[in-house]
Design a protein around this ligand. Structure first.
Ligand SMILES: [Zn+2]
Ligand SMILES: [Zn+2]
Ligand SMILES: [Zn+2]
Length: 605
């Protein structure tokens, strides 16, 4: 989409794969209709309202896992041509059969149009309930995305539409693959400029030549390669004017290109007469004279050597002749492309140029974007109604977003002691999880047994720490199928009456929200590691010492059947016998073993 031909292929060498933290704490503009369109798996097969499902997961993912501040942009009234191109693409990728829908002239289906608009509207409703800002463009969504980018309101645009560069985007994320080490396929305009020597107006010129979303055909017979060669001849300031000239039938003065009159024919025939070449060796002179007195270039005693295949005479006449031929070729090439351009009707289309260059697309002020808190109640109703999801599932899947907001708030303003979702308190850092090479903390959120008697843990946070089995590091396997579009599903843990929720959180964010707890965790981790190292160095048979203030290992009291079977020892930061005792009684239950009603009770009952 965007510029026609294989335009993206031209930019491909300038693609950069960026890692997990690329968008962290950055604002990013998302072209909503492409957000819906550009998915491969979620929509295939029968899923109720795939656009809503996808928007839900992707947005939470972008917000919580990648730590971005997304702002969504919807099309205002795009030019009819363009919206048709988008819609047909959408339906192609969705696999939905559109044959039965009524088709009016130009292959445009009113029904399809209506359906797409309805889906966009539903997504906007969802996004607004999530507290994500949504801006409506006056025209094209990617134009507003680009403008927000060029004016510094956002750091990047997420759109697969190459038009974004023409509209002034500085950084375009073409694709996101959540389940990879480097999820973002990213293009910087500065790299394109320095690599290809193309600036914004050059790109506009290319799009005029090869076609774009507004004028799909471009100039007949001119593809990306030819267009590139044409526009590179001119500076950014001139390129559009020169195209205008060519369109009007004027042939530009191109270095090494078009020159009037003399095309070298005269020179060649003149030269042939005056400077004959030997037909045997190819050098200056004649075969006859070379036979008599040898050729000075061949350097043999008598006669001359037969010229090899592909022989190139380097005499000044021949060099000049080659230059002239080259120039003629270039000339002919320019004449041909100029003729083609001059033949194109109304070229270049000033309206399209103005469209790309106009900067007045903003409806409001880009600085007014703000990120709120999801309206959980209404969101649950919406998802239950539209997707037939279980209310507890909606709440659970929303959790990463809520915990991210909570941690951000906490990091910003440490005075408040609000609970996550009014029900869960930060309990502890369970472990470090590594997924696709990226580390995060698994955070344990605790739901106090009695909500009314909650305050006890408030006043004595130290005592609320229960020692549990530590999983030092979890390295998740990389799955090929991903129904949640990369979202890490929060886990529920029922630990001897204490309800825990486990979420994956950014290490840096947790660190700034809970510096003491993070330091404690990292300290304990270090101790465990050094202890483990000592153990392996000193022979495992030696009984583990509990000296030097090193906390006793939980294995002194309790051995996990699972870990024992694996032949590994578990070390935790447990220091008191009482807590170990508690641990002994503890029965960890994974969410899959819980009944639905228990799970519902756990999830914000
Ligand atoms: Zn010769
Ligand atoms: Zn010779
Ligand atoms: Zn020669």
């Amino acid at each position: 989409m965007g510029v026609g031909g294989n335009f993206w292929d031209l930019l491909r060498p300038y693609a950069q794969q960026q890692g997990f933290d690329f968008l962290r704490n950055k604002r990013v503009a998302v072209d909503l209709s492409f957000w819906i369109v550009q998915h491969e798996t979620a929509v295939k097969g029968f899923v109720l309202k795939p656009h809503l499902r996808l928007t839900f997961f992707r947005t939470i993912n972008l917000f919580s896992k990648f730590g971005a501040y997304p702002v969504f942009v919807v099309d205002g009234t795009p030019s009819p041509l363009k919206s048709q191109a988008r819609i047909s693409r959408f339906f192609r990728s969705s696999g939905i059969d559109t044959c039965n829908l009524p088709v009016i002239k130009d292959g445009v289906s009113v029904e399809r149009n209506k359906l797409f608009s309805e889906w966009v509207r539903e997504c906007v409703e969802l996004l607004e309930l999530l507290g994500i800002p949504v801006l409506k463009a006056n025209g094209e969504a990617e134009a507003l995305c680009a403008q927000l980018n060029s004016q510094g309101f956002v750091d990047a645009c997420i759109t697969p539409d190459s038009d974004a560069f023409l509209f002034g985007a500085m950084c375009v994320i073409k694709d996101i693959k959540p389940n990879s080490r480097e999820p973002f396929e990213c293009y910087h305009m500065s790299h394109i400029e320095s690599g290809l020597g193309l600036k914004r107006k050059h790109l506009i010129a290319i799009s005029l030549l090869v076609g774009n979303d507004y004028d799909s055909g471009g100039v007949l017979g001119i593809g990306v390669d030819k267009a590139l060669r044409i526009v590179r001849e001119f500076s950014e300031d001139q390129v559009l004017e020169r195209l205008q000239d060519i369109g009007n039938g004027l042939q530009p003065a191109v270095p090494g290109g078009i020159k009037s009159g003399d095309d070298g024919e005269e020179f060649r025939s003149e030269m042939k007469k005056r400077s004959p070449h030997c037909s045997r060796c190819g050098h200056l002179g004649s075969k006859r004279t070379h036979f008599k007195s040898s050729c000075e270039h061949c350097g043999c005693d008598s006669g001359c050597i037969k010229k090899p295949l592909g022989f190139r005479c380097e005499c000044s006449f021949c060099s000049k002749d080659r230059d002239l031929r080259e120039q003629k070729k270039t000339n002919d090439w320019w004449i041909k492309v100029c003729d083609k351009i001059a033949l194109a009707p109304e070229f270049p289309n000033r309206k399209i140029i103005e469209l790309y260059l106009s900067d007045g697309l903003m409806t409001g002020d880009g600085s007014s974007m703000s990120w709120g808190t999801p309206d959980t109640g209404i969101l649950v109703d919406l998802m239950v109604f539209k997707l037939h999801w279980d209310p507890s599932y909606v709440r659970k899947m929303l959790l990463p977003m809520l915990s991210t907001i909570y941690l951000r708030e906490k990091a910003r303003n440490n005075t408040g002691y609000a609970l996550l979702c009014d029900q869960y308190e930060f309990h502890s850092i369970k472990c470090i999880k590594t997924r696709y090479g990226h580390q995060s903390f698994v955070i344990r959120w605790r739901k106090p047994k009695s909500t009314s008697g909650y305050s006890h843990s408030h006043s004595e946070p130290e005592e609320s720490i229960v020692v549990l089995e530590e999983e030092e590091e979890v390295v998740e396997e990389e799955e090929s199928v991903d129904p949640l579009d990369g979202l890490n599903e929060p886990q529920v843990q029922n630990d001897n009456g204490d309800c825990f929720l486990l979420t994956d959180e950014c290490i840096g964010l947790v660190q700034s929200a809970f510096p003491d707890e993070t330091e404690h965790f990292l300290h304990e981790k270090k101790l465990r590691e050094s202890k483990k190292k000592n153990v392996s160095e000193e022979e495992i048979a030696t009984p583990r010492a509990t000296t030097m203030g090193v906390q006793r290992s939980i294995t002194d009291f309790y051995r996990s059947a699972k870990k024992a079977a694996a032949g590994q020892s578990i070390e935790t930061g447990g220091s008191s016998k009482a807590s170990a005792e508690k641990k002994r009684q503890a029965t960890s239950t994974s969410s899959s073993n819980l009944t639905k009603s228990v799970r519902r009770r756990l999830l914000f009952g």
